[in-house]
Write a protein that binds this ligand. Structure first.
Ligand code: ADP
Length: 549
């Protein structure tokens, strides 16, 4: 709480700094209900490769619960595996021809499902019908992703104008479109052309004059950079090239001018938000800005960090359908059962005394799977069992298989993407390792904390923000922290943090349990984050649009 002398009335005024959200009180319903349109390449449970899908599957529900009318626009991926998930989404019959410049006119269809208070809208186009995950198949990344996501962005601009999906906000008549006074939340580079279309195309034609665009960064390292000639595929006015213009960095294998969709979003959106306060700062530095720190510094006055929440319905140790026994902070007996079942499933001897360590994530350099694998012998020497679950880079997948063959008594490498297995690892382990080199927010440490699994993580981005380092000197159990962080990200410093954790587990078990309970009782809900997003929306609406024409 800040105090400041108010010379007008001769009193002290107390308040919180506007930029800091933690002290805001939760209210049941938003004072000013808004029409909000999320645009994303992923939305769980329909499509998910990582945290983006989780966020876009949860945050809109939390906002709708506060009285906002919320639409989410994502592709309708038909890949032969998860098609049944779309069974509840019906064809609206609406067909819209989109002007994709040199790629011609492309017709899209819209499917719609209303559930959990949210209008889930799926854009249908032949380019979303293919095997693989949203971005790639076993042959690598799709070559037409720039086109597929430019199409998504333009379709999302049409959805609030064209779809008569009505008013689910009380008082709005059914059977009407959302209209053009909406707040867009465009997520990551895939939706990064939304601010450009709104400002460069629609607003010039008198549409979306009262709309605002928020751009949400979940991972700055992917920016949608392609040769400059591809600008003509967007259907944007020629003089809009400048906001998107970019040069390939010196280390890239090609030289010359490029278009950078994410850079265009940073300059054309009204506000920018990223998924933790720590990452909001890191991306303004040369070390964390991936070449865009200068652009971000210039817009720092509209840049905020909001820590992601947890879907507390999906990740609840008391009701989790994927785990064998329920438990909670007041009764941890079920956690021991989850650990025993996991040890059995992995082919380890059931032994509660043996520390069980987990790692879950995309097998990508960012997440430090190589650092985790280097620590396998060190963890074995400390008497730990270690399980890694991940898919991605074939080099790491093979390294996991090789490590399992070399250390059969202490290591399991589960290659693949499995939500049930992720739940069982989160519930059954004692410790979750997260040696990510950078981490915008990170969700697994939040899931782990809810399940009394203690995170040990590199002190970066959202990991540093969300894990309170254990302090043996704090007088109250609640002050003792929720885990351990380490730096730099190398196996040595990670194993030193593991040593500190194991020392606490062996010699001060009551403190270990206090750390578990601190994580389990922390407020990690989306409701907290929804309030903060709401404030960003209101700030955006207070200011004139950044590109007003
Ligand atoms: P990122 O978005 O960078 O991949 P996050 O920590 O924000 O990282 O979110 C990752 C999400 O994907 C979490 O829900 C995590 O449990 C899930 N996940 C990652 N890899 C796997 C896997 N192999 N199997 C199941 N879930 C996974």
């Amino acid at each position: 709480m800040y105090t400041c002398w108010n010379g007008m009335n001769g009193r002290y005024t107390m308040g919180v700094p506007l930029i800091k959200f933690d002290s805001y009180m939760a209210v049941e319903q938003a004072e000013t209900p808004l029409d909000i349109v999320f645009v994303s390449a992923e939305v769980a449970p329909w499509s998910k490769t990582g945290g983006l899908g989780d966020v876009v599957g949860s945050l809109p529900i939390a906002l709708a619960a506060r009285g906002h009318r919320v639409m989410v626009v994502a592709p309708r991926y038909i890949n032969g595996k998860s098609d049944a998930l779309y069974a509840g989404a019906f064809d609206t019959g609406c067909r819209v021809p989109l002007d994709m410049g040199a790629c011609g006119t492309q017709e899209v269809a819209f499917f719609h499902q209303h559930s959990d208070g949210v209008d889930w809208v799926f854009v249908d186009h032949p380019s979303y019908h293919r095997p693989g995950n949203p971005y790639q198949d076993e042959n690598g990344v799709f070559g037409d992703n720039q086109f597929r996501y430019a199409l998504l962005s333009l379709a999302a601009c049409e959805a609030p104008l064209q779809l008569n999906i009505g008013g689910f906000r009380s008082g709005s008549p059914p059977g009407f479109p959302y209209g053009d006074k909406v707040v867009f939340v465009a997520n990551d580079w895939h939706a990064g052309l939304v601010p450009s279309y709104i400002a460069g195309k629609y607003r010039r034609a008198g549409v979306y004059k009262d709309a605002r665009c928020i751009f949400a960064i979940h991972n700055l390292s992917h920016q949608g950079v392609e040769p400059a000639a591809t600008f003509s595929n967007f259907g944007l006015p020629e003089d809009w090239y400048d906001p998107l213009s970019w040069e390939y960095p010196s280390w890239a294998s090609i030289n010359g001018p490029a278009v950078n969709i994410l850079k265009g979003a940073l300059v054309a959106s009204d506000r920018i938000v990223t998924v933790s306060q720590g990452y909001a700062w890191e991306i303004t530095t040369p070390e964390g800005g991936w070449g865009l720190h200068g652009v971000l510094q210039a817009r720092q006055h509209v840049l905020n960090g909001i820590t992601n929440g947890v879907d507390t319905a999906e990740w609840d140790p008391q009701t989790d359908a994927h785990t064998p026994a329920p438990f909670c902070a007041n009764d941890l007996r079920g956690k021991a059962d989850c650990k025993a079942a996991l040890q059995r499933e992995l082919g380890f001897k059931v032994n509660h005394e043996v520390p069980l360590v987990g790692w879950i994530g995309r097998l990508d350099h960012q997440k430090g799977p190589d650092l985790a694998l280097e620590a396998v012998p060190g963890l074995a020497a400390r008497g730990c069992e270690f399980v890694m679950l991940g898919s991605g880079d074939a080099e790491y997948e093979n390294a996991m298989r090789a490590a399992e063959a070399e250390h059969p008594a202490s290591f399991r490498g589960w290659v693949g993407f499995s939500v049930p297995v992720a739940h069982r690892i989160i519930a059954g382990c004692d410790i979750l390792l997260m040696p990510s080199r950078f981490e915008p927010c990170g969700l697994n440490q939040l899931f782990a904390m809810r399940y009394g699994t203690i995170p040990i993580a590199h002190a970066t981005g959202g990991l540093r923000d969300t894990i309170q380092d254990y302090s043996p000197y704090a007088s109250e159990p609640s002050g003792k922290g929720t885990g351990w962080t380490f730096s730099p990200p190398d196996p040595g410093s990670m194993l030193r943090a593991v040593d500190a954790a194991l020392e606490t587990r062996w010699h001060r078990p009551e403190e270990w349990q206090a750390i578990m309970r601190n994580g389990m009782t922390a407020d990690l809900s989306w409701n907290r984050a929804a309030l903060q997003y709401e404030q960003i929306f209101n700030w955006a609406l207070m200011d004139a649009p950044v590109r007003a024409y």
